[in-house]
Write a protein that binds this ligand. Sequence first.
Ligand code: MOS
Length: 748
Amino acid sequence: MSAEPKPLEARAVGQPLTRVDGLRKVTGTATYVREFQAPGRLHAVLMTSAVAKGRITKFDAGAAERLPGVRAVFSHLNGFEWKADPKPGQDGGIRIEERLPLSDAVISYGGQIVGLVVAETLEVAREAAGLVRIAYTSETPTLVAADAPDTATKPAKNNGQPLQFSKGDGEAARADRNLRQFEGTYTTPTETHHPMECSATTAWWVKADRLVVYDTTQFVKGVQNILALAFGLPRENVRVICPYVGGAFGCKGPVWPHTLLAAAAAQRLGRPVSLELSRAQMASCTGHRSPTVQRVAFSAKTDGQLQAIRHLTESLRSPVGTFVEACGFGGAKVLYQAPAIEFGHTLHTVNVAPPSFMRAPGEAPGTFAMECAIDELAVQLGQDPITLRLANDPLQHPTEDKPFSTKNLSRCYRRGAERFGWSSRTPEPGSMTQGRLLRGLGVATATYPANRWNATARLELRADGTLRVQCAAHDLGTGAYTVLTQIAADALGLAPAQVQVELGCSDHPFGPVAGGSNTTATVGSAIVRAAEALVAKFAALAVRDERSPLSGRKPEEVTLVAPLRIGVTGPPGASENLVVILLRHGLSNLAADGVQERSSGGQHAFQSFGAHFCEVLIDPAAPRVQVRRVLSVIDGGRIVNPRTARSQILGGVVMGLGMALMEETIYDPATGLPVTRNLADYHVPVNADVPEIEVLFEGEPDLAFNPVGARGLGEIGTTGIAAAVANAVYHASGRRVRELPLTLDKLL
Ligand code: MOS
C-alpha cells in the first residue's frame, strides 16, 4: 500500500453542514430507482411459494397467459439459462441466496420466488398473478433450531475473522469456588429490515449485449459484476445506477433473486422490465436478521475483576444460503478483558429464507446479551454497573494482541453519567418512582468495528474552480454526499459549495458496499489520496513551465500551501493558483485518482465504543415499557459533520428501541410463512414511540486509522440500546427479561 497521506487539515470538516442533497430530496428532484423511466417498459410481479418445504407439482399459467396485456409468465418450467452461478465474494459482489431463481421445483422456504408475471401494466401483471394455479407437495417445515438438531455446524470464519475462539483456561475459572459465577441465556427474535423504499429493479437491454439496470442497492459495483457474470458479459457492458436509496439497513447489500430475474425477463422479452417487491415480499425475498440464542458466562473475583468470559451463539441459516449472525464479535471478542475468553458460533439449518446482514449484524444482538449479562453480574456483586464495566475496560484489544488506536469509553461513561444524572439513581430495583409509575435507569456499552475497505475516488478540478468527485459508493440517507463533500473541500482548500460529489453509478471508479459503516473512512481516505495525486499532477505541470513562478522547482517540494494554491514553502517562497495553471495550459480540467486499499491489520485495532443511558417508566398495572429518554455518548473518532453524525446515531438508537420493544418477525408454524409481513403487524417505532434522545460525541480524531480521523457511525447507534432498555426495565421493576422484544406480556 502507498504511504499514508498527511492528516487532513479540517476547515469544512467538523462543521454542521446541512445535507447537500437535502433540497433535491424535499423538492422531489432526487430520482429514486423506481422513478427512472425506460421506454416501453413492462411491469413484473413476483409470485412466492405458499409452503416452506416441498416441491411444486403443478404450475398452470394458462389463464394468466391468456389475459390481455400479459407478455409472459415465468416459472421453473420455462426459467432462465445463466452463463454462470456467480459467487464472487468481497469486492465482486455479494450473493447470500445461493440458488439461482426458478432453477427447479424445490421449495426450501416460505415466500420463495416461484414465478414472475410480466405484463404491459402493473395492474394486469397483478391480476394475472392471481390466475396462476400452483400445487405443491408439502412437508412440515423446520423453523427453529430445536426442530433441526442434526444440522448444527460450527463455521470457521466470517469475513476472514475467526468465529470460534478460546484463550486461557475458562473451565478452571468456572470450576473455581472462590470466584463468583454467572450464567445467563438471552434470546433475540427474527428481525426484518423494512426500509421505506421496497427493493426494486428496472432492467433495460439497450443493445443485445448492453444492460442498464436501475437497482435499489448499497453496492452498484457488486450488482454490476454479478450481472456481468450471470449473463456472460464484460463488466463494462453492464451499467448499474442508484443515486439515492430510501433506506436499506443491509437488505440492499447483496444481489437477491429479483434483480437477476428482472434482467433475465427483460432479455427474453426484448423490452425493459420493472419489478418492485411488495412490502410482504420484503419479509422473505431480501434477507432478515437471524434469531439468536446466546449463552453468556462470567467468572469474576469478588471485587469484580473478570477471570473468564464465555459467549456462545446459536443462529439459523437457510438451506439455500449461509450467513452467520456473529454475536461474539460484538460481545466476548471485544468488550471486556479477562485471562480466559471464549466465543463460539453454531448454525442450524431450517426452512426459512436466507438470514443476512442487518444494521450492526452480530453486534446488535451480541451487545444485548453481553451488556445485560454484565448488568446482572453487577447486581450479583452489589456493584454499580458503570464501575464494574470500567474496572474491566481494556485499552488492549482483549482477543487480538494489539492496542486500540484510540478508545475513550471511560470518558463516554463519565460524561454521560454526569449529564444523565446517574448519581441520583438508587440501585435497589423498584426504588425509584414517578407517581404510580416505576422508574428505571439503565446503561449499556455500544461498540462497532471501524472498517476501511477498497475504493478509488476520482477528483476533477475544472477551470471554473469547481471540483467533481466520483466514486461508485452510496448515500443510503446517511449523509455520505455531504461528509464526502466536506472532506473533498478540505483536501484542496475549496468551499463545500464548489464541490460536487457523484455516487451511486457503476461508471464511477470502484466504491465499496455501503456496509460495515465504512464509507466515510474508505472513500474519505481515497479522496484525500486523490487530492495528493492531483496536487502532484499540477506540480509536474508547473515546474516544467517557465511561465510559472514554480518553474524549475523540484516537484516533490511543491505542496498545497493555501486553498487551491500549490507552492514551495521557505525562502524564497513561491506559489500559484491551480485554476491559473489550468487556464495557462488551455485545459478545461485536470483529474486524478486516489486508491484506498482494504486493511484490517497493522499495529492497532480499530473499534468504536460508546455509552447509552436510558430511562424507562412502567405502569405496574399495565406494564408496557415507556422509554422516557436516551442519552448516547459515542466515540467515533473525528466527527466530520455533527449534524449528520447525530442523525446517524439518532436513527441507530430508534432502530435499537424497535429491537428492544417491538420488532419481531413471526412465522406460522404450519406453513412457515412470515405472518408479520406488513407495517401494521411488524411494528417499528413511530414518532409517538420515540422519546427525547440526546447524542454527544467524545474522543479524538483517529489519525492512525485514516487521514480524516473518522471511524464511521452508521451502525454503532443500534448496538447496546436493547440492553440499556432491558437493564433500565430491571432497575424499574426487578424483572429481568432475557428475551427480546420486551413486550408487556413478559412483564405481567
Ligand atoms: Mo450494513 S448491515 O453493514 O449493510
